[in-house]
Design a protein around this ligand. Structure first.
Ligand SMILES: *Cc1c(COP(=O)(O)O)cnc(C)c1O
Length: 363
């Protein structure tokens, strides 16, 4: 079945009691049992809720996955995935990741004895250099936030297979419409469903999908044990949002492309980070592993002054100054003081220079 058809129908049947075409919001905490332990597969709503199950099946279908799980937020999904690890384990993560992921890795999980290495991942040797006997997980975000780097998922999966690592891909920026990491060899794909999947800036949610029976069992066990599950109303909203994912993504890609070109030709703009440009250092990989270039881009103004950036961010008329992405409204943000404020300034600058240098050597 085509992507759009799956986005609208996967996991959903007309309600057996009424024929309602939309999945009902099963606003219930528990389910009546016939005799102790004898029930229709639903015992308590932390474990399972039919509205959530319909959504999980739909997202799994869009990611070409056997299993899907939904969470109370993208961070809830990440928290659950990281709990697959044990003290002493090491994770190699993309350096240019979402600020909240960086914060959770360094300020929460580091205290439980897990070690994180943040590497460029531009060149596979960057990753190989950091693999040792304690490495258990590769954490890849692509396109990255906010520099729009593209990491080669296939190459990462070769390294992961060779060293028996769990390869996690944060697919929030691409959405399953543009990229399916499991098809490229990832073990787990995760989303902040708050963004493109929900698509209407009205819900906070996370998702994770896998084809691996054992990983699914472990993730489902941790989810039920720790409890970061979304409610049925929010699940309904994302089911509704998904029905237009393919149409919205086409519009996002078209608009993103126009804005990228407008900014590139603007006399006061220095650099535009958008993987659709042929001179973007990862353009070739972007073309191979994505179906289009998405609706996200970042830019640096000439002079690179914070005052100018603040002025532009506050002066746009249609774009609202806000954190987040993927809704139908257009948003603008200043990552260093908003979404990525928890990454130390020196680290942010090193990352930016490291990546921007690779631009320069190509041009
Ligand atoms: C927003 C975001 C997250 C976190 O998701 P929440 O739903 O806000 O918890 C994780 N990764 C990326 C790339 C994001 O943009």
């Amino acid at each position: 079945m085509k992507f759009g058809t799956r986005a609208i129908h996967a996991g959903q049947e007309p309600d057996p009691t009424t024929g309602a075409i939309m999945t009902p919001i099963y606003q219930t905490s528990t389910y009546v049992q016939e005799s102790p332990g004898k029930h229709k597969g639903y015992a308590y709503a932390r474990g399972k809720n039919p509205t959530r199950v319909a959504l999980e099946k739909c997202i799994a279908s869009l990611e070409n996955a056997k299993y899907g799980l939904c969470f109370s937020s993208g961070q809830g999904a990440e928290d659950t995935i990281l709990k697959l690890l044990r003290p002493g384990d090491e994770v190699i993560a993309t350096d240019d990741i979402y600020g909240g992921s960086y914060r959770m890795f360094t300020k929460v999980f580091a205290h439980f004895g897990i070690k994180f290495h943040f590497v460029n991942m531009h060149d596979a040797n960057d990753i190989r250099k950091h693999v040792n006997e304690n490495t258990r997980m590769l954490w890849v975000e692509t396109p990255t936030n906010p520099l729009m780097k593209i990491i080669d998922i296939k190459v990462c999966s070769e390294i992961a297979k060779l060293h028996n690592l769990i390869l996690v891909v944060d697919n929030t920026f691409a959405s399953p419409y543009l990229q399916n990491p499991l098809d490229l060899g990832a073990s787990i794909v995760m989303h902040s469903a708050t963004k493109y999947l929900g698509g209407h800036s009205d819900v906070v949610m996370g998702a994770a999908c896998t084809n691996d029976d054992k990983l699914y069992e472990e993730l489902a066990f941790i989810t039920n044990s720790c409890g970061p599950v979304p409610g049925p109303m929010d699940s309904f909203l994302v089911i509704r949002g998904l029905k237009t994912l393919h149409v919205r993504m086409q519009a996002h890609c078209k608009n993103g492309k126009e804005i990228a070109h407008f900014l590139k030709n603007h006399p006061r703009i220095d650099k535009v980070y958008w993987p659709g440009f042929e001179d973007h250092p990862n353009h070739k990989i972007a073309k191979e592993q994505m179906r289009d270039f998405g609706g996200m881009l970042s830019f640096i103004m000439k002079g690179n002054s914070m005052e100018d950036a603040f002025k532009v961010a506050a002066a746009t008329k249609v774009f609202a100054l806000a954190e987040s992405l993927g809704g139908v409204e257009s948003l603008i943000g200043h990552p260093a003081s908003m979404t990525h404020a928890s990454i130390p300034k020196e680290e942010r600058e090193i990352r930016c220079v490291r990546f921007t240098d690779s631009f320069e050597c190509r041009n």
